[in-house]
Design a protein around this ligand. Structure first.
Ligand SMILES: [Zn+2]
Length: 459
């Protein structure tokens, strides 16, 4: 081979690699809508799916620079469970060559999608281990890997821009304190402002991270959208729906070109839902999704390009203290368990009993959960948290984060259920009585998150 041929070959080899310094993005979605009869999640009862209002997806955005990849995957499911996350990461590593621990997998928390096994009484209540449930779960890791594979195949030079919109008046802190009463009221229909006040804030921020092609035409490639609110607006029937995130992402994609894959990560919404107890009104799925899409559209002109760097991924397994149980807690839970399959006992006693029995069962198993950060520039980081995190904790992270824009994906890389802030514990009720972690667990996650964010910033 002469010298000219050799240099041509070197050139070809190099260009099939990457032009140095280019940041690339690829996005894809794979349908994960279940077959009829699949056990659904979100409530303390069995519902087998029957019909589809709108499809469910595993949506992925892959980031790459100088050969380092990272990806965020969001599932239209009630959350994530660790065995699925681990199986999907293994599959992704095998099929796509992306390190498993560079993948962040979260759930939108839709309440009209398939249930996943949790290794607790919840599995019996939801019949998740029945044949349709098992069939769905065994296919899920492969579908997640498929969405990452398709996203990776579409990697193209991209520009990253971030902005924050506001959606006021659509989300509400669903815990309310009444003058003279210690225990919080949960999800009231309507409050009396003379005696009642929300127990905490909401987070009105609509985070927008937009990815456009680096060429002059700035082709829309993907967007990552972030807001904190329970997707419970469809209302617990048996028809499949992605709830308001489905409407939100569909509208954003329609408004910015069909090639744009819009991905919604739910923020810290453990105590936030859409029930407007000021007016008693409950907005529809369409109204909620449209309000959020309008907020994102209003923020679009404020998008600011950032200098993307090689994805910096940090993660840590945090060990938390399991909740302490009294003899009375255990006796009460056993009584509920004896009656829960024949009587209608209501959500709160069932949630408490499930958690108490699980805690008893796993008392010698450490409660270990993952916190993960993917930083894309000096201004932009995506943080994952492993449960349904109270909004106060998310706000504390955003306020102290060294990044200008911190996107938070809750219910990510597995879930420990509700994570209230310390102040909420003495106020009791649904989220507190079903929390796996002792008071202070949420603050420990905040601490771990801030440490990882700082490390990613300083790397
Ligand atoms: Zn929830």
């Amino acid at each position: 081979m002469n010298h000219a041929c050799l240099s041509a070959l070197v050139l070809v080899l190099c260009s099939s690699q990457l032009p140095a310094g280019e940041f690339r993005v690829g996005a894809a979605k794979v349908d994960i809508t279940p077959a009829d009869g699949t056990p659904l999640g979100g409530y303390y009862r069995f519902r087998g799916s029957a019909g589809v209002l709108d499809p469910l997806f595993a949506k992925t955005i892959v980031f790459e620079k100088d050969g380092t990849h990272a990806a965020i995957v969001v599932l239209d499911l009630s959350g994530t469970v660790r065995p699925v996350v681990e199986a999907a990461r293994n599959e992704i590593q095998k099929q796509c060559g992306i390190e498993g621990d560079h993948i962040m997998i979260s759930g939108t928390h839709t309440h009209t999608g398939p249930q996943q096994p949790r290794g607790s009484l919840m599995d019996d209540i939801t019949k998740v281990n029945s044949p349709p449930g098992v069939a769905y779960m065994s296919a899920l890791p492969g579908k997640i890997a498929q969405s990452v594979k398709e996203a990776k195949a579409k990697l193209a030079p991209a520009k990253v821009a971030a902005a924050v919109g506001k959606a006021e008046g659509i989300s509400f802190n669903r815990r309310v304190l009444r003058a003279g009463v210690k225990e919080a009221i949960w999800q009231p229909q309507k409050i009396d402002p003379a005696t009642d006040r929300p127990a905490g804030p909401i987070d009105p921020d609509v985070g927008v991270l937009a990815f456009h092609g680096a060429g002059a035409d700035a082709t829309p490639l993907a967007s990552l959208l972030n807001f904190a609110m329970h997707p419970t607006s469809v209302g617990g029937g048996v028809k499949i729906s992605a709830d308001y995130p489905g409407v939100f992402t569909k509208l954003v994609s329609e408004r910015h070109g069909p090639g744009m894959i819009s991905v919604f990560a739910n923020g810290c919404c453990g105590n936030i839902n859409h029930g407007d107890y000021l007016t008693g009104k409950r907005r529809t799925t369409l109204e909620l999704g449209t309000a959020l899409a309008d907020a994102a559209t209003a923020a679009w002109p404020a998008l600011q390009y950032v200098e993307a760097f090689k994805p910096r991924v940090k993660s840590e397994m945090v060990t938390l203290e399991r909740r302490k149980l009294s003899d009375a807690d255990i006796a009460k839970a056993k009584d509920v368990v004896n009656r829960m399959f024949t009587e209608n006992l209501g959500t709160v006693p069932m949630a408490e009993a499930v958690c108490v029995m699980e805690t008893l069962d796993k008392k010698d198993v450490p409660l270990r959960v993952e916190v993960q950060v993917i930083a894309l520039s000096d201004e932009v980081a995506i943080l994952s948290l492993p449960g349904e995190i109270f909004v106060e904790l998310g706000l504390a992270i955003k306020k102290q984060s060294p990044f200008k824009h911190t996107f938070i994906a809750e219910l990510a890389n597995g879930s420990m259920g509700y994570v209230p802030n310390r102040e909420a514990y003495p106020q009791g009720n649904y989220e507190v009585v079903s929390a796996r972690g002792e008071a202070g667990s949420g603050e420990k996650l905040v601490e771990a998150a801030l440490k990882l964010l700082r490390e990613a910033k300083e790397q």
